[in-house]
Structure formats: C-alpha cells, structure tokens
Design a protein around this ligand. Structure first.
Ligand code: B12
Length: 219
C-alpha cells in the first residue's frame, strides 16, 4: 500500500496535479510512510520524468513551473516529519543558493531541506546569488560551508568566481565549498577547487557531514 501511494505521488507530479499531490502527501504522513522516500521516489522521481519530457519537447515551461511550485508546497508539508527521523544536534552552518544568472531552484531547495533535516543550520539565499553575496553571508553567520547549485552550463562558471573570491579574502581554510546541479560533475568540482560534489540530496548530506567532520567517509 505504501509503495503504491508513493508511486501515485510520482504519477500525479508528472500530471501536474498540485492538489492531488498535496492530498497524497498528507495521506502519506497519516500512514506513517518514510518522508524521505516520499521526497526521493515520489516527488523527485516525478519531476525528473517531467524534466526528461521537457528535453524531448513533450512537456512545456508552464508545466515545469507548476511542478516546481508543487514541490515547494509538498516540501513545506513534509519538512517537520522529515525532521522527526533525525537527531537534533546542530552540525554547523551552511549558506546555500543557486548561482548568479540561474533561476533553477527545485534541486537546491530539496538539498536545503534535507541539510536542515540532517541537523545543519541552513541559510538559503534563493536564486541568482552573486559570489559577493555568498561570501558576505558566510562571513555574517560564520558558516562552515558554502553550497552552490547551477543548472546551466553558462552559470557553472560563477562557482569558480565564488571560490576565487573566497581565496582572495583568505577564507578558503575556514569555509568549505560544495557544488552540485545537473551539469556539474566530480571532475568539474575538482577543476575549480571545490571541496565536495554531490550528485543528489543524499550525497549532499553525506558530503556536508564529511566536510564538517561529522561523518563516515564518502567519496
Ligand atoms: C525545471 C526546469 C526549469 C524551470 C525551473 C523552475 C524552478 N523553479 O527551478 C523553468 C521552466 C523556470 C526553467 C527555465 C529555464 N531553463 Co530549465 N530546466 C528545468 C529542468 C527540466 C529540470 C530541472 C530540475 O528541477 N530537475 C529536478 C531536480 C530535483 O534536479 P536537480 O536540479 O538536478 O537537483 C538535484 C541534483 O542535481 C543535486 N543538486 C542540485 N543542486 C545541488 C547543490 C549542491 C551543493 C549539491 C551537493 C547537490 C545539488 O541534488 C538535487 C536533488 O537530488 C532541466 C532539465 C534537466 N534535466 O535538468 C531544464 C534545464 C536545466 N533548463 C535549461 C534551460 C536552457 C532553461 C532556460 C534558459 C530557458 C529554456 N529555454 O528552457 C531557463 C533558465 C533561465 C535562467 N536564467 O535560469 C537547460 C539547460 C541547458 C544547459 N546545458 O545549460 C535544461 C538542461 C533543459 C534543456 N535540455 O534544454 N527550467
């Protein structure tokens, strides 16, 4: 039954049925279904199918905009229930955002939610964040990590600029950098001197724990 419900969430996400997705998410909470599975196998899996269809010209911008909004509302409902399954120890502060010139925020928001749920204090600067704004916020809150997301090959370059600025301000020893987003790879992350790369939200959490000295080793 629980797997069927998660599959239904995925299907209704693909169909862009916001109300139905939110109803099913509420139902999943009542039934005590693992909220992380709802996020990964339901919501994220659905949006990925839509993304693939978009790339083939079978889905269109308005549908993706609806799906993005649905994702945000569903994450808001799920967040307190995700929080219940982890311990409350504060693991450190992370400043996260989508890089300058880029408005994609679905993946970044999932990563921010999961880092919060894992016990980090997360400052989400939203989209279109300049290198200077990342650094200013990291200084203000004395962050351990800056986490950057980019979905466009043209905006990935802003990650390098942020790292350069961090080095220039001699903050590189104090503040670690992790990067992610569909066009980003381990190789790219290494080439710009980032401290970590994560392919999805699970890895984002593992890497953040590793970078703050709280975890089992991950590669
Ligand atoms: C949804 C979407 C949109 C939505 C965004 C809505 C929103 N609020 O975010 C809308 C419709 C607005 C949009 C606009 C545009 N888009 Co668009 N979009 C997509 C699409 C289909 C899905 C992205 C997505 O949300 N995926 C689902 C999430 C869950 O996955 P994710 O973002 O990859 O995140 C996961 C991981 O990458 C990782 N992760 C993400 N961030 C981080 C950060 C860290 C630190 C870590 C560790 C991990 C991590 O964890 C996440 C969760 O597991 C992609 C296609 C694709 N395959 O990616 C195109 C795509 C990214 N878009 C594209 C383009 C070109 C655009 C536009 C320029 C216009 C257009 N012609 O479509 C504008 C961009 C304007 C701008 N300046 O930014 C291209 C980019 C091409 C390129 N190579 O640069 C793509 C690849 C589609 C395509 N093939 O044409 N888009």
């Amino acid at each position: 039954m629980s797997q069927k419900l998660v599959t239904n969430i995925r299907e209704e996400m693909i169909n862009c049925q916001t109300n139905r997705v939110l109803e099913l998410v509420q139902q999943s909470i009542k039934e005590g279904i693992d909220a992380t599975a709802v996020v990964s196998q339901g919501l994220t899996a659905g949006i990925r199918v839509l993304g693939d269809r978009f790339e083939k010209g079978e889905a269109f911008l308005p549908e993706l905009a609806v799906a993005a909004e649905t994702m945000k509302q569903a994450l808001e409902i799920l967040e307190p229930h995700l929080a219940k399954i982890v311990d409350e120890e504060a693991l450190g502060s992370i400043v996260i955002g989508t890089v300058q010139g880029d408005i994609h925020d679905i993946g970044k928001s999932i990563v921010a939610t999961m880092l919060t749920v894992a016990g980090f204090t997360v400052y989400d600067l939203g989209i279109d964040v300049s290198p200077a704004d990342f650094i200013a916020k990291a200084k203000e809150v004395d962050a351990e990590i800056i986490a950057m997301s980019a979905l466009l090959t043209t905006t990935m370059e802003r990650m390098q600029e942020t790292i350069d600025l961090l080095n220039k301000e001699r903050l590189d020893k104090r503040v670690k950098v992790m990067v992610g987003g569909a066009p980003v790879s381990q190789q790219f992350a290494e080439s710009i001197g980032a401290d970590g790369y994560g392919v999805d939200f699970n890895q984002a959490v593992k890497i953040a724990k590793r970078l703050t000295g709280h975890a089992e080793n991950t590669s």
